[in-house]
Design a protein around this ligand. Sequence first.
Ligand code: 5AD
Ligand code: SF4
Length: 478
Amino acid sequence: MYNNNPTLEGIGNKQIDESKQGDVFYAEQVQSKVKDKHFYIESYGCQMNFSDSEIVASILNDMGYAPTRNMEASDLILINTCSIREKAEDTVRKRLRIFDKVKAKRPGTLVGVLGCMAERLKSKLLDQEKLVDLVVGPDAYRDIPKLVAEAEGGDKGINVFLSREETYADISPLRLDSNGVTAFISIMRGCDNMCSFCVVPFTRGRERSRNAFSIVAEATDLYQRGYREVTLLGQNVDSYKWENPETTDKVTFANLLAMVAAVHPDLRVRFSTSHPKDITDEVLYTMRDHENICKYIHLPVQSGNSRVLELMNRTYDRDWYIQKIDRVYEIMPDCAVSSDIIAGFCSETEEEHEETLSMIEYANYSMSYMFYYSERPGTMAARKYPDDISLEVKKRRLTEIIRLQNQISFRHNQGDIGKTFKVLIEGDSKKSDQEFKGRNSQNKMLVFPKRAGLKAGDYTYVKVLEATSATLKGEIVE
Ligand code: 5AD
Ligand code: SF4
């Protein structure tokens, strides 16, 4: 679920499009209050961080801070950070150097670090980064009003307390940089899996699921406001479980999917990320039985070799994963599957790497997020296994993985030529205002000439005429 382009490994995605900088305000700013202060926020890393930034924006909005895209005109600069790989942290530190300069020009501007890096480094971040005024971990966003007040008074504000309960269920996110068509809904927080390479259980804490009714209410509200697609987010959505305290009824992820799908047949439902060990047949059947649950699963394999998977503590082996893939295609032959892959994990041999390549081939992934292993302090792998694959070998293996995945994606997309898909229009294509872009159920991006009478948020049918490894091009058909 991490938004890392493989060719920009670890760079993360800046939410703010710099070309749009200026005194443009976000569409959803609450108008009723007079806002005399402004905040500017950048988000890096996974979709969950982008979603969290919308919770933070909502809290700040209630405090009387309006969002701005112009960093230099803001009173509070926030950066929502990612620790998943070392490069992600390097990127954040580079951004902090830019904020330094803004602060030098505008003394009194506050700078806050949110998210995983705040949680991982805690008060060390205040020692290392003298310009930082606020350090707020992923479970402490409700404390932002108090922490900002402290910082305004000249103190440093820090809260990195991890909670077992916090889900921000009652906070209505302020949608940032929204296209008005697609939105994220956070359904759970934290992760209990302890994959040996992963820092997330340390930065985001224990797994907890959000009240199912608050999720359905958020989806309903989005639909009523014109949104047509929601992505249910969690580190491990298939282990979602929530018990209604009044009835003691239990809601599983399959139940939740059906509940959200029932909001309206025109509201598409996506979800991310699935752990192969937790995705059940019940989930697969629920997907099959609802047209508006998209036929797309992000099912990270990490490695195609059983010994490496064991070291990674993924709790499944190659054969088990293969069976899961078989099951997905058996139940939904038209389903697309994507993956996350790590090259060069501790002690990985050439033969084991070859098994990852053959898994990409077998699973026929429509796309993958691919990385080389980056040791993270405090993780089980850092404590138990030497990071003994040289950078050169890691990079070469990663290149082989990317090359193969590109070929498979190209083949996958070529296979769509001549097919017609129902597409949800998201807006103008990047290249031309004469073309629309939109996704099909399988999460593939289609680009096609506009037709009068259609707009973002409408569904249309598009026949695919051409395909690259990244995009399908086509035309609207009746
Ligand atoms: N090094 C490289 N990649 C990692 N990921 C998680 N931790 C690391 C790490 N230490 C990748 C995994 C995960 C994705 C979100 O990031 O593939 O699924
Ligand atoms: Fe990390 Fe594994 Fe949890 Fe994903 S499932 S966040 S890789 S520990």
